[in-house]
Design a protein around this ligand. Structure first.
Ligand code: 8X3
Length: 258
């Protein structure tokens, strides 16, 4: 049974990676989509493909979650078309750099904190009251294994993902009297453009992160998200950690034989 068919999922950071994979998978199960990202061009192509292939409604909006005014504009746009999401997938997030704290760049810290924490909060604050009014709903916050274990140079990225984990927990408590569930999905090493962004376009350095063993694919994480959204109304999954088989934690992994 599909519990997502005919529902609306709002996905942030939907133009690539886990966001895009989730959009593909949810659309294939008949879920309508509200896709946001900073890059509208990629969203347009994705929306057209999904509407044609799966006959679902796909709305796209260029949104910068770091800017609350941009999120408020999204809220107004959705109010104008009387559309309230059933599912909110707070996926927009990034890592920048691997410098130690003593050598860190303030602009990278700001970008990570503004996107991974403040952006998640802005979007949640905007839509949660409407979701509560609507009735049942589900927030999925994309965390990371970096929210369970720190690593050298991870510092601020680690802090934001520990924060996403804490916020997921805290939101769940705040929502106890509602029918809104909150889940934190925390992937380990997943091959997307995450490392390319982290290393600001250095393709060789990014490729090395994914070359050591078979990593997760964005679709694997999307499968986990769909599983969570498909659970019966009375079932809640606060955390779902998903790792490549070869990666047991941040430090312990089995390298491919060359
Ligand atoms: C991505 C996983 O280990 O690169 O969130 O921080 S890791």
């Amino acid at each position: 049974m599909s519990r997502v068919k005919g529902k609306y999922a709002l996905i942030t950071g939907a133009s690539a990676g886990i966001g895009e994979a989730s959009a593909n998978l949810l659309a294939s199960k008949g879920c309508n989509l509200i896709l946001t990202a900073r890059r509208e061009e990629k969203l347009k192509i994705l929306a057209q493909k999904l509407e044609e292939k799966h006959s679902v409604k796909v709305y796209i909006y260029p949104v910068d979650v770091r800017v609350n005014e941009s999120v408020e504009l999204l809220l107004e746009s959705l109010k104008a078309i009387k559309t309230v999401p059933d599912f909110l997938i707070n996926n927009a997030g990034l890592a920048l750099g691997l410098e130690s704290v003593q050598e860190g760049f303030i602009y990278k810290w700001d970008a990570m904190i503004d996107t991974n924490l403040k952006g998640l909060l802005y979007v949640t604050r905007a839509f949660l009251p409407l979701m509560i009014q609507k009735g049942e709903g589900h927030i999925i916050n994309i965390g990371s294994t970096a929210g369970w274990q720190t690593y050298p140079g991870g510092n601020v990225y680690n802090a934001t993902k520990f924060g996403v984990r804490a916020l997921s927990d805290a939101m769940s408590l705040d929502l106890v009297d509602t029918d809104i569930k909150v889940s934190c999905v925390a992937p380990g090493n997943c091959e997307t453009d995450f490392s390319l962004v982290r290393f600001e376009g250095d393709k060789d350095r990014a490729a090395k992160v994914y070359a050591r063993y078979k990593t997760l694919e964005a679709k694997d994480v999307a499968d986990a998200i769909l599983y969570i959204l498909n659970t019966p109304s009375h079932v809640n999954i606060p955390y779902l950690r998903i790792m490549p088989k070869a990666q047991r934690n941040v430090y312990i992994f089995k390298e491919k034989k060359s």
